[in-house]
Design a protein around this ligand. Structure first.
Ligand code: TRP
Length: 335
């Protein structure tokens, strides 16, 4: 069975973009691959070191999201990155063989720093040594489990390329074929836009969370941008210009899309009513998931035990990898 490995940073509750962009894939993959899913708190720390106190709670929130959507600890290994110090040790060893210019040319990091910082001075402060090592740490996440497939979004493409380069370099430097070259497994779902028509993001507060209440969902959908050219309710709408609700209908309600299109384009229904119906459909879809989440949230001990169990399983694998790497590099493997 092939091994897959993926991770999410604990920076907040997950939204619909995570659900359709990542989690639905994970649900499918956990059935056919040996799956490792990590809550990567060190990665959160690379950018959130000033607000590091929030990370602990967000680990919990992500675990609840994963479990409630059906990521199954009997099928997959769910764990927290920082519970596996072997990943950090591997990061250190891999950093020795990674040329500095490989990390410096990572395009994603440059964009990230630009996004996080208001000016030149702040950019310097945000671009920490740890952040520079982001792709090496991600490589260590994957290689610690000798992951072959990595389900990620298109935005992670360059990091995966980086991981392959490091794996290849390790193998060729030491004349082994120990590490597989991890391949990305991109999602096919088109990126969901946030309620304002921009990219849906945890921090942009333009998202709908899996954990939102039904009332919140109705209220948030009501704010969604529709067809900007439709001024009056009596104007015919255009689904192809409808920025947020129509793409969501395509995700949640394929079976009524013809009807919705007809009603919109013949002005039988206004955007307000159309969005109210959509919110109802979304709420119905997430109802069982939200109910499971509420139940789980009442039982923190159980969630903690599940993660602890996953941590132990993950640690066993990462320990083996680390020992093998030390052996291959000719280091002393202390028992
Ligand atoms: N960089 C990924 C992101 O921001 C998170 C991540 C960290 C990851 N380690 C990973 C994803 C290992 C896949 C595999 O989304």
């Amino acid at each position: 069975m092939k091994r897959i490995m993926s991770g999410m940073r604990p920076t907040g509750r997950l939204h619909l973009g995570h659900y359709f962009g990542a989690l639905t894939n994970w649900l499918e993959f956990q059935e056919k691959y040996e799956s490792y899913f990590s809550i990567v708190d060190w990665h959160a720390l690379t950018t959130k070191y000033q607000t590091s106190q929030e990370i602990k709670n967000n680990i919990w929130e992500i675990a609840l999201d994963w479990l409630s959507v059906g990521i199954d600890p009997d099928k997959s290994t769910l764990y927290v990155q920082s519970a596996i110090p072997e990943i950090a040790q591997l990061h250190l060893l891999l950093s020795m063989i990674t040329p500095q210019n490989w990390v410096e040319r990572e395009p994603t990091l440059k964009d990230l720093v630009k996004m996080l910082a208001a000016d030149e001075q702040e950019a310097k402060e945000k671009a920490t040594y740890g952040l520079l090592g982001y792709p090496v740490l991600m490589t260590s996440d994957i290689l610690a489990f000798r992951g072959e497939l990595v389900p990620v979004g298109k935005d992670q493409e360059s990091h995966l390329e980086f991981a392959r380069d490091v794996a290849r370099r390790f193998n060729s430097l030491y004349g082994v074929s120990y590490f597989p070259e991890p391949q990305p497994k991109f999602t096919t779902t088109p990126l969901l836009k946030g309620l304002d028509g921009q990219k849906m993001g945890k921090s942009a507060s333009n998202d709908i969370k899996i954990a939102d209440s039904e009332e919140e969902t109705v209220k948030r959908i009501r704010q969604a941008i529709t067809d900007r050219t439709r001024i009056a309710k009596t104007d015919p709408g255009h689904t192809d210009l409808c920025e947020v609700p129509w793409p969501l209908y395509l995700v949640f309600a394929q079976h009524i899309k013809e009807q919705v299109k007809l009603e919109c384009e013949s002005a039988q229904i206004g955007c307000v009513d159309c969005k109210a119906r959509l919110a109802g459909i979304i709420n119905e879809f997430f109802r069982p998931i939200r109910e499971r989440r509420k139940e789980l949230a009442k039982n923190p001990d159980r969630v903690r035990k599940l993660l602890e169990h996953g941590n132990i399983k993950a640690k066993m694998v990462a320990q083996q990898t680390l020992a093998a790497v030390q052996e291959i590099m000719g280091l002393v493997v202390w028992s």
